[in-house]
Design a protein around this ligand. Structure first.
Ligand SMILES: [Fe+2]
Ligand SMILES: [Fe+2]
Length: 396
């Protein structure tokens, strides 16, 4: 029986440095290890070039009349020998992303010798959430343009004291938004890009907070005022978020407890603010914040599912923060009074009584929300209640 003919590729007059190598590589890739490929060509020096390339790639070469016959070497991948695989683009990421994978797309094959990148957050349990991809898609679809999403020219007239209260509340919101932007941003740069969905999600979260800073600043200055007061107690509370020891604790304090409480606060402003601009920006910001809380919850649910004893760390984090802030004033009375005045809309005793009751209800709603989220993270009812009440009086 005659041996089957050797597959032949004719590169015609194309030089190896003009693209012929691409054709040869592809044809050779279809041959098994030790399989042969006949190459026919006419360009000047093509044999010499082919010989040099085969030597560098570990393929054997012989000449048969005018043709060259390449035998695919055992290390047929050539320089891809020793390359690392990095999982699959759509699957759950690896438990531990290697520094040598660097910036490569998840699922890519990484050439040996690629420089390592050292990301502090490279373990899946430290940052992952099962719904990260879905939350990213929701966030991408929900981006809004502050210039057009809000009717900045909507007419309204407020008493001076109520406008001043709006400015004070916006001032308070802005410093909290600055924390909500910077705390995730500081962790974002430490996340191995193998965890693509978390990276994307946090990038959009930072964009959300950037918009919140913009719209609250714009509302504060809408009637020609400068931002008002920032207190030591408020900043001390936010400072503890910067000092959180790891991403999970920071996410727990900021997203689950702080932003969770902020969703209540923004819903309160949406319902009670005396002017349409404040109501609109509160509604849009609350929608974004609900996603931030959802990611925080999803991450902690994931972490606790693989590391149940991490719950102790969460409890300690709340208690430590409470102790750290015990000597500070918490929510400043300027902010508290301003919330009352916003809900009152005017300075009459009856209106202020209404505003005051609404702020009391807000604080009960915030505590109930924190309790519910702590319960979902596995804390028993008494403990959830106790920890919910230890949360910073600054709300964030
Ligand atoms: Fe925000
Ligand atoms: Fe947020």
């Amino acid at each position: 029986m005659a041996a089957s003919p050797i597959p032949t590729i004719d590169i015609e007059s194309l030089g190896l440095d003009q693209g012929a190598l691409l054709l040869i590589r592809r044809a050779l890739a279809e041959r098994p290890v030790r399989g042969e490929l006949r190459v026919r060509g006419r360009s000047p020096d093509w044999r010499m070039h082919l010989e040099a390339w085969c030597r560098s790639q570990g393929h054997a070469l012989r000449f048969d009349a005018e043709d060259a016959v390449v035998t695919r070497g055992p290390h047929a991948e050539g320089r891809w020998l020793g390359a690392q695989t990095t999982g699959s683009a759509d699957d759950v990421p690896a438990e531990d992303a290697a520094s040598g994978w660097g910036l490569a797309a998840r699922g890519a094959t990484v050439e040996a010798g690629s420089p390592p990148f050292f990301f502090a957050l490279h373990r899946r349990d430290e940052l992952w959430a099962a719904t990260a991809g879905e939350l990213y898609r929701q966030a991408a679809a929900a981006q809004w343009d502050p210039a057009t999403a809000i009717d900045w020219d909507a007419p309204f007239e407020l008493p001076d004291a109520v406008e001043a209260a709006a400015v004070q509340v916006m001032t308070y919101l802005i410093e909290n938004e600055n924390a909500a932007l910077l705390v995730p941003a500081r962790h974002l740069g430490q996340i191995h890009p193998h965890f693509r969905e978390v990276l994307q999600l946090l990038a959009l979260q930072c964009a959300d907070e950037a918009r919140h800073v913009e719209v609250f600043t714009r509302r504060a200055t809408l009637r020609g005022h400068q931002p008002a007061l920032s207190t030591a107690g408020g900043q001390a509370s936010l400072r503890t978020l910067f000092d959180a020891p790891d991403f999970s604790i920071a996410t727990f304090l900021l997203a689950v407890l702080g932003e969770g409480s902020f969703v209540n606060l923004l819903n309160f402003l949406h319902a009670h603010a005396p002017d349409p601009v404040t109501r609109q920006i509160a509604r849009l910001a609350a929608r974004d914040e609900a996603r931030h809380v959802a990611f925080g919850m999803a991450h902690l649910e994931y972490r606790l599912s693989v590391q149940p004893d991490y719950q102790v760390r969460l409890r300690n984090a709340i208690e430590l923060r409470y102790d750290t802030l015990a000597g500070t004033a918490g929510l400043n009375e300027e902010v508290f009074d301003s919330l009352v005045l916003l809900a009152a809309g005017e300075l009459s005793p009856a209106a202020v009584a209404r505003g005051h009751a609404a702020v009391q209800q807000l604080q009960r709603d915030m505590a109930a929300g924190r309790r519910a989220r702590l319960s979902r993270l596995g804390f028993g009812p008494d403990e959830a209640q106790r920890l919910a009440e230890l949360h910073t009086r600054n709300f964030m």
